[in-house]
Design a protein around this ligand. Structure first.
Ligand code: FAD
Ligand code: DLZ
Ligand code: SF4
Length: 508
C-alpha cells in the first residue's frame, strides 16, 4: 500500500499522483502544517484561500472514492509534512510514498534528499505535467543562449499548444499585438460587477482559524472574496472571459485609483493552486476570439501571459536554482522601507498599490512591476528582502513564479538573463498610464524641488549610478543621451534631491 501526498498547490483533478495510485488500494494525505504556513509571513488571505481550497478538494477526492487523511491546522502537533508522512507510513504500514514534484526548490530538496530517511520508505517523485513546457524541454531551449528572451520562447509554446495558430502561422499574421495594448483607462468602458461567491461552513471555519492563529500576518480577511472550490474557480473563468477579456488587452498596462483589478483576470491563485488548468483557461480565451466575443489583441495578450510569461519564469526558476536566489548584480544593500508593510506613504501610486495588496492579497501586474517593484529597484532594496515581501503578500505567490519576476524582471539582479533592460521608470510613466498623480502629495512634473515626485529624482539617480553597467545597452542609449543633455545644474539638483530621499526613504 502506498501513501500519496497532495500539497496545498496540487489541487488538480489530473495530478500525476492521482493517475499513479489506485483509489481502492492506496491512500492519500493532505496536511495543514506550520512549516508551510509560516516559512514566510503569508498574507492572511493566502492561508485562508489555500486551507479552504484544500479542505474542499479533500471532500471531492473522498466523493470520488479515495481514502484521504486530512490534518487540520492546530488539531495535530506535526511541525512539517515529513512528520505527517512518517506517522502515515507507520499507521498504515505503507511501503512507499508518492508525491508530484513541488513548486519550491526548498521543499523539493527536502523531498529528494531527506524524506526517504525521515519517513522510512521509498519516496517516488513524479513530474508535474500540469505545465506546458516540461523542465528538460526548457533546458534544451535555453542551452547555449546567453540571454533568454520570452518572445522567442512564447512562439515555441504557441507552436507546441496550437493556440491561436492557423497551421504554421499565427492567427492574424502576427505573434504579438502589444502595440494595441497600452491605453489609459478613464472610466469607460465601465468595469464589470465583481463576482460574488457564496460561503459555506468550511470557508467560515477557515477564516476564523486564520484570524485566530495568524494575527501577526499581513493583510485583512474582511474583504476575502476568492473562490475556494473548482466549481467556483470555473465560474470565475467564465466571468472573466465574458466580462473582462474583451477589454483585457487595451487596458492591460493601465492604472486607476480605486480600480483594484481593472480588466485583469484574477485567475493566478486558481491556476497556481491547481483549481484551474492553464490550458483550459487559454482554450476558453481562444474560443472567445473564434466566437468573435473578444478581439485578437486581448486574447493573444492574455494567452501570452499564461503560456509565455508563466511558463518562461518557471523554466528559468528550475534552470537557475539554487544560485538564482542569491543573485544581486546591482549590489543593492538597502533594507525594505517600512511602509511596504504598513502602507503608510504619501506617494499615492504606492499607497494605492499597497492598499490593494493588504485588502485583497492582490495587485495587478502594473502595480507590482511599475509601482512597488520600480520603487524597490530605484531605491536599491536588497533583492532578498523585496523577494520575501512579494512571496508573503500575494495570494498567488509561490517561489517558482515570484522569484524570477522579482529578482529578474523587477530588480535586474540576474544581470539581464531574464530581461534585456531594467523596467526602471520615472513618474511620467505612472502619470501617463493612470490618474494617481492627480491627487498625490508630490509633483510629477518636477524632479529637483522639495515636493518633486520621488520616482523622478530617483530614476535619474539610478541611471546615473549604474552608468558603467547600462550605457552600452542599445536599449538604454537614448536614456543616457537625454541624461547627458540635461542642464548640468538641474541634473545636480535632481541627484542631490535623490540623495536626500535615499537617506530618508522611510519617510516618503
Ligand atoms: P492577468 O493580468 O489577468 O494575467 C493572466 C495570467 O497570466 C495570470 O493569472 C498569470 O497566471 C499569468 N501571468 C501574467 N504575467 C505573469 C508573469 N509575469 N509571470 C507569471 N505569470 C504571469 N504571478 C504569480 O502568479 N505569482 C506570483 O507570486 C507573482 N509575483 C510577481 C512579482 C512581481 C514583482 C511581478 C512584477 C509579477 C509577479 N507575478 C506573479 C506576475 C503577475 O503580476 C501576476 O501573475 C498577475 O498580476 C496575477 O493577476 P491576474 O491573474 O489578474 O493576471
Ligand atoms: C502556501 C502553503 C501554505 C500556506 N500552507 C500549506 C500547508 O499547510 N500544507 C501544504 O501542503 N501546503 C501549503 N502551502 C503550499 C506549499 O507551501 C507548496 O505546496 C510548496 O511551497 C510547494 O510549492
Ligand atoms: Fe506616484 Fe510620483 Fe505620481 Fe505621486 S507624483 S502618484 S509618487 S508617480
Amino acid at each position: 500500500m502506498r501513501i500519496g501526498l497532495i500539497l496545498g498547490d496540487q489541487l488538480s483533478d489530473n495530478l500525476a499522483t492521482l493517475r499513479h495510485l489506485e483509489p481502492g488500494q492506496d491512500r492519500l494525505v493532505m496536511a495543514e502544517v506550520p512549516a508551510e504556513a509560516r516559512y514566510v509571513r503569508h498574507h492572511k488571505q493566502k492561508i485562508a484561500f489555500l486551507f479552504s481550497a484544500m479542505r474542499h478538494h479533500c471532500a471531492r477526492l473522498i466523493e470520488a472514492g479515495w481514502q484521504v487523511d486530512y490534518y487540520r491546522f492546530g488539531e495535530h502537533d506535526h511541525p512539517d509534512l515529513a512528520a505527517v508522512l512518517g506517522e502515515q507510513v507507520r499507521v498504515h504500514k505503507a511501503n512507499a510514498v508518492v508525491v508530484t514534484e513541488c513548486g519550491e526548490y526548498r521543499l523539493q530538496q527536502a523531498i529528494e534528499n531527506h524524506w526517504p530517511k525521515q519517513v522510512g520508505v521509498t519516496v517516488t517523485c513524479l513530474e508535474d505535467d500540469r505545465f506546458i513546457c516540461p523542465r528538460p524541454l526548457f533546458s534544451e531551449w535555453a542551452r547555449g543562449r546567453k540571454q533568454l528572451r520570452m518572445e522567442f520562447f512564447y512562439r515555441e509554446m504557441r507552436r507546441r499548444t496550437g493556440l491561436l495558430m492557423a497551421g504554421d502561422h499565427p492567427e492574424g499574421g502576427q505573434w504579438n499585438f502589444d502595440q494595441d495594448n497600452r491605453k489609459r483607462w478613464s472610466g469607460d468602458p465601465p468595469l464589470p460587477e465583481p463576482l460574488v461567491f457564496s460561503r459555506d461552513d468550511i470557508d467560515t471555519d477557515v477564516v476564523t482559524l486564520v484570524e485566530r492563529t495568524f494575527p501577526d500576518h499581513p493583510g485583512s480577511l474582511a474583504s476575502f472574496s476568492w473562490a475556494t472550490t473548482r466549481a467556483d474557480a470555473l465560474r470565475a473563468l467564465e466571468h472573466f472571459v465574458a466580462q473582462r477579456l474583451p477589454h483585457f488587452g487595451h487596458y492591460q498596462d493601465a492604472m486607476a485609483t480605486g480600480a483594484d483589478t481593472l480588466f485583469h483576470s484574477l485567475l493566478s491563485p486558481y491556476m497556481n493552486a491547481g483549481l484551474l488548468d492553464p490550458m483550459e483557461v487559454c482554450q476558453a480565451a481562444e474560443q472567445a476570439w473564434y466566437d468573435k466575443s473578444a478581439p485578437l489583441n486581448a486574447v493573444e495578450g492574455f494567452i501570452r501571459q499564461v503560456i509565455g510569461w508563466r511558463e518562461f519564469v518557471r523554466g528559468i526558476y528550475w534552470l537557475c536554482m539554487p544560485d538564482y536566489a542569491d543573485e544581486n548584480r546591482l549590489e543593492n544593500e538597502r533594507p525594505l522601507p517600512a511602509f511596504y508593510w504598513s502602507g503608510n506613504t504619501r506617494m499615492h501610486c504606492v499607497s494605492e498599490s499597497l492598499r490593494n495588496t493588504f485588502e485583497n492579497g492582490y495587485a495587478h501586474h502594473i502595480q507590482r512591476l511599475m509601482v512597488t517593484g520600480n520603487l524597490a529597484l530605484l531605491t536599491g532594496v536588497t533583492p532578498r528582502e523585496i523577494c520575501d515581501w512579494y512571496l508573503a503578500v500575494y495570494v498567488d505567490a509561490y517561489d517558482w513564479v515570484e522569484l524570477p519576476n522579482t529578482l529578474g524582471m523587477v530588480m535586474h539582479a540576474d544581470g539581464g538573463y531574464l530581461g534585456s533592460k531594467p523596467y526602471a521608470a520615472s513618474g511620467s510613466y505612472i502619470n501617463r498610464m493612470g490618474d494617481y498623480c492627480k491627487t498625490c502629495h508630490y509633483n510629477v512634473k518636477t524632479a529637483d524641488e522639495a515636493d518633486s515626485c520621488p520616482f523622478n529624482s530617483l530614476y535619474w539617480h539610478f541611471i546615473n549610478r549604474h552608468r558603467p553597467r547600462f550605457e552600452k545597452n542599445p536599449r538604454m542609449r537614448m536614456i543616457y543621451r537625454t541624461h547627458d543633455r540635461m542642464n548640468a545644474e538641474k541634473r545636480d539638483r535632481t541627484l542631490e534631491r535623490a540623495e536626500q530621499l535615499l537617506s530618508t526613504v522611510d519617510e516618503l
